[in-house]
Design a protein around this ligand. Structure first.
Ligand code: NAP
Length: 289
């Protein structure tokens, strides 16, 4: 949604949604859809992103996250069309304590991470012109299941929240990704893997707490601002393994663009104020008007 919204300001953007192109379709079906379109650049943010669903339905996960990117990349390569694909921090094991750069060894610990990595590699192997943008902890318009959204919702409903503090990464605003990617869309130097994230890192607990505080600052009345600490082992008991630490080094992005994305706190504040809080316009907001 953010990519389409931002890029449509400057380019003619065609959106291909699930009814048009099913990533679970055969290579022939996928290619037939692409044959009917006319474009200069293909971006592929779609995929199966539910990590637990991937463990339960490995056949679907491999088709959508590895097979489909490969078939699409092969089609693009035959026509000399550049492809930008979106990868994930889950390709890393998460055992480092310093930021992961694009050359760091991958070692996914979930099926989601494994099939996404296979998809990333297929896209890179299909053409030296292609780019794989790895992202982490996304939030933004159209992603109502993200941490700022549910943390604020729970803070309005419950007396206290419990969130893991041993999970560290970089909350990343889809609008900032879209704006930050803009200068690289047709840059022939922007190829291979690229790590992109809002600047600075935090724990999952800090992200949730900051989101609730930002909502209160923007005029929302909540039941609690108390967020207690728990562990990933407790939150994800009997669920797919998630990497604990996936902070990105973004030096390659900064060298290519001369830019750094805003810090995550700035991004969360903007998102919560502009998108999350207005959903509850009959809450404390009315009193503030
Ligand atoms: N979310 C994160 O925190 C995160 C972190 C790191 C990297 N990433 C990567 O960033 C990219 C975007 O992630 P996201 O969270 O924005 O994804 P998302 O909200 O889960 O959206 C995924 C999109 O893929 C579509 N899709 C799913 N199965 C499909 C199928 N069989 N055929 C066609 N379309 C299908 C979905 O369509 P429907 O709307 O019809 O379901 C949806 O539009 C992904 O490549 C993901 O791996 C995400």
């Amino acid at each position: 949604m953010a990519l389409e919204h931002e890029f449509a300001r400057h380019y003619e953007v065609q959106t291909i949604s699930r009814p048009d192109l099913d990533l679970l379709g055969s290579p022939r079906e996928i290619h037939r859809v692409l044959d009917g379109l006319d474009f200069d650049l293909l971006l592929l943010p779609a995929g199966i992103t539910d990590v637990d669903h991937c463990e339960r339905r490995p056949d679907e996960a491999w088709k959508a996250n590895a097979g489909a990117p490969a078939h699409i990349a092969a089609w693009c390569a035959r026509r000399g069309i550049r492809m930008i694909h979106f990868g994930t921090d889950y390709v890393f094991e998460g055992v480092k304590s310093t930021p992961y750069n694009e050359e760091d060894a991958t070692s996914p610990i979930s099926l989601y991470g494994k099939c996404k990595l296979a998809g990333e590699r297929a896209v890179i192997q299909a053409s030296p012109a292609n780019l794989v943008v790895r992202l982490s902890w996304l939030f933004g318009p159209g992603k109502a299941g993200a941490t700022p959204d549910w943390a604020v919702q729970l803070a309005m409903e419950q007396d206290f929240l419990k969130i893991a503090s041993d999970r560290i990464s970089m909350p990343t605003y889809t609008i900032d990704v879209a704006r930050g990617l803009f200068p690289l869309l047709f840059d022939p130097k922007a190829t291979g893997w690229l790590h992109m994230a809002n600047s600075s890192s935090c724990s999952w607990l800090e992200w949730a707490k900051f989101s609730i505080d930002a909502a209160v600052d923007a005029g929302l009345t909540v039941r609690t601002r108390m967020v207690n600490s728990t562990t990933m082992a407790e939150v994800f008991l009997n669920r797919a393994h998630r990497p604990k630490y996936t902070v990105f080094a973004t030096d390659k992005y900064e060298a290519l663009t001369g830019m750094k994305l805003p810090c995550w706190q700035d991004a969360v504040k903007r998102y919560v104020k502009e998108t999350v809080v207005p959903r509850y316009a009959d809450n404390g907001l009315r009193a503030a008007v």
